[in-house]
Ligand binder design. Structure first.
Ligand SMILES: *[C@@H]1O[C@H](CO)[C@@H](O)[C@H](O)[C@H]1NC(C)=O
Ligand SMILES: *[C@@H]1O[C@H](CO)[C@@H](O)[C@H](O)[C@H]1NC(C)=O
Ligand SMILES: *[C@@H]1O[C@H](CO)[C@@H](O)[C@H](O)[C@H]1NC(C)=O
Length: 171
């Protein structure tokens, strides 16, 4: 190893610098605005509980849900479908409040980002406004980092969660 290190590191370091600056120059921040539609009851439910809590905790600590939700352009039920939010959400709090850790792949199926996806991770609660991390992506969102503000809408049809998403993504 030692005889390699004496001649190569400067070249390797230079290559690293070149690729690091090229990447920094290409980074853009994209603001995405869309709506997450989850139907949690009835025959067309988009989320199912696959593991029930083994405790009597009122928040359902330990239960696990799997979701295949709609991403839509707007908040109305017939608004244009633009993607899917697929993932799992265990209840991770013993507080007695419903607090899920959402682990989601948001994949877009329309427009400029058709086929590209974001990995969105973080706590979801019944509070009106919360925030989650964007920890990665694919396609046009490769190397993504960012955050998403989600606002739970009130006054929606029974058996649904409709959430407004404002996502800010560096990629
Ligand atoms: C379930 O989906 C079907 C097909 O889209 C629809 O006809 C039906 O009205 C839906 N049922 C409910 C309860 O929303
Ligand atoms: C969880 O509990 C509900 C209500 O008791 C029941 O309907 C459902 O089948 C259970 N699900 C699993 C995966 O055990
Ligand atoms: C999105 O991409 C898929 C796969 O490439 C393609 O089949 C589909 O037609 C595209 N949808 C739109 C709306 O461009």
């Amino acid at each position: 190893m030692a005889y390699y290190c004496s001649c190569k590191p400067s070249l390797l370091f230079l290559l690293f610098l070149i690729s690091a600056t090229a990447q920094a120059r290409d980074t853009v921040t994209t603001h995405l605005h869309f709506f997450f539609h989850e139907e949690y009851s009835g025959p067309n439910a988009t989320v199912i509980t696959v593991v029930n809590s083994t405790t009597s905790n009122p928040g359902g600590f330990g239960s696990i849900a799997v979701a295949d939700n709609d991403l839509r352009e707007g908040s109305s039920l017939d608004s244009k479908l633009i993607g899917r939010a697929q993932g799992i959400a265990p209840v991770v709090s013993q507080s007695g409040q419903m607090t899920w850790l959402g682990l989601f792949n948001f994949v877009f199926t329309e427009g400029e980002y058709n086929g590209s996806s974001l990995t969105v991770v973080g706590l979801a609660t019944l509070e009106a406004v919360t925030e989650r991390s964007i920890i990665g992506g694919t396609g046009k969102f490769r190397m993504a980092r960012g955050y998403a503000i989600h606002t739970l809408l009130s006054g929606v049809p029974e058996g649904r969660f409709i959430v407004e998403f404002d996502a800010y993504v560096e990629h």
